[in-house]
Structure formats: C-alpha cells, structure tokens
Design a protein around this ligand. Structure first.
Ligand SMILES: [Zn+2]
Ligand SMILES: [Zn+2]
Length: 269
C-alpha cells in the first residue's frame, strides 16, 4: 500500500457539482487519518477506493458545515458496514457537546453503534501523537478576514452574526502534520496570511485554502517560505476561471510543484 494523501473534497463553502466539500485523507501502511469531513466525504471515499476501515482518527479544523457535515454520514456508513474498531474524533472544544447531541438526534446513539466513538478536544500546540503522525494545531483568525479580499459582501454580516450568537470566538485551526520526516501543513480556513506565515516555512507539502487570502500575496509568501509542494484547495466557483492566470504567476515565481486540487488527487508521501 502506498503512503499518500488523497483529496476527497476540494470545494469551498458553496457546494459544487464538480467537487465535494473540504476533506483529505493521509494513508499509511496500516492506518489512515482524515482531515475535515465536508459534504460528500463518504461518497468520495467510495469513489476513490479508499479503505475506510483503516480510518482510525478524524480531525475537524472548525465547525463550518463545509468541513464537518460529512462526519455524520461517515459514522452512519461505518455503522452500516459493522465497523468494529474504535474511532477517535478530534474537534474544537466548543463543538463536542453539540456533536454528541446531534448524533443522538440522528439516531446514531453510541449504544447502538457497533464500535466505540471517542471525542477529544483540539488544543493549540502538539495535541496528537502516535507511531506514525504528530499533529500540531495553530488557532487561526477565521473570523477576522480582511474585507478587501472577501469575495461576497454578505460574508461580513455572517461573521458578525456568528460572533454574537456563539458564546465564544469561533474555534478554528490550521494543522502542522509531521509524517516520516515530512512537514505537511493544512491551512483549514484562515483569516489571512498572518495565520500561515508562522507555520509554512520549509513545508514539504502545503495544502492551503485559497478563498480567504489575497492570492498574489499568498504566492509571494509561499515562494519566500521555500515550500516544496503546494496544493490550492477550498476552491470557490469564482476562482475556477482564474486558475490559469494563478498557475502562470506561480510558475513565473518559480514556485515548485504548484497545483490546484481536485477530488481524487493523490500525492505520494
Ligand atoms: Zn470552508
Ligand atoms: Zn470556514
């Protein structure tokens, strides 16, 4: 079995006919790790022949639906397939009670499942370590977007509502994943370049969203940070027609191994 990353969903918050929502899987010899689980994750797992039984651990960067609603269908699928191994789910602290309640609402009672579910809180810094992987979380400012680069004006109003209604700030994380001496960085959804500046230096693989960022400045930062391989994901429909120009700019800057993600894209590790 190859050790690889497979993109399961590369759409932004707006559902797409061509893409599932945010998710990728990191597969090792014996087990796999899922990062985010937007809508369509289970379908992609089946479509791209992923061994779902190897998924032992799931990390959810934040609770916007395009990063987490697929979690529930995935648990349902595992239940229907009589999974026996336990499943670990790492979530923002603010969500854990709500997720447990929602599972009950969905008739996915823990007592009914054929496997144990364990929930853990994502904490800033190193929060996960096993014999394959180390994962560090970096809180990002997903609600503090620079207005200039937001593509839809109503987003700002939504941010204000979210800030007021949630008892706390939205908890949102980027992840630094250490695997076989490789540094893989996943942006989650960020608030701007400042969220990436500190963590992408010398990354072997950068999987970054490209919706809440000024693309030109992002490319400059990637070049400056000596990133060895870059994947743009979380791709909004408006960006599809700019892909060629952005790729040209990346090539002009001599950014190594730059590409736009698509569902099913596989990167060997
Ligand atoms: Zn998103
Ligand atoms: Zn988001």
């Amino acid at each position: 079995m190859k050790q690889r990353i497979v993109i399961l969903g590369s759409a932004s918050g707006m559902p797409s006919a061509q893409r599932s929502s945010s998710s990728f899987i990191l597969e090792t010899d014996s087990q796999s790790y899922l990062f985010d689980a937007g809508e369509g994750t289970s379908t992609s797992i089946l479509r791209y022949n992923i061994d779902y039984d190897k998924i032992n651990t799931i990390f959810i960067s934040h609770m916007h639906p395009d990063h987490c609603v697929g979690l529930f269908s995935l648990i349902q699928m595992m239940y229907l397939l009589n999974r026996e191994k336990s499943l670990e789910i790492y979530l923002p602290e603010e969500s854990i009670t709500g997720v447990k309640n929602f599972l009950n609402t969905l008739y996915l009672f823990p007592e009914k499942l054929s496997f144990d579910l364990y929930f853990y809180t994502i904490k800033p810094g190193l929060f996960f370590e096993d014999s394959y992987l180390k994962v560090k979380a970096y809180p990002n400012l997903h609600l503090a977007e620079n207005e200039k680069i937001m593509r839809t004006p109503k987003v700002k109003r939504h941010q204000e509502i979210e800030k007021e209604k949630l008892s706390n700030k939205m908890e949102s994380f980027s992840f630094e994943i250490a695997f076989k001496n490789k540094k893989v960085v996943y942006s989650g959804d960020v608030g701007g370049l400042d969220d990436l500046k500190m963590i992408i230096h010398n990354a072997d693989i950068l999987i970054t969203e490209c919706m809440h960022l000024d693309i030109e400045r992002l490319l400059d930062l990637i070049k400056k940070s000596k990133v060895k391989s870059t994947l743009f994901t979380h791709i909004p429909a408006e960006l599809e027609k700019e892909k060629e120009g952005i790729t040209k700019k990346a090539n002009d800057l001599k950014i190594k191994n730059f590409q736009f993600a698509f569902d099913g894209l596989s990167l060997l590790l």
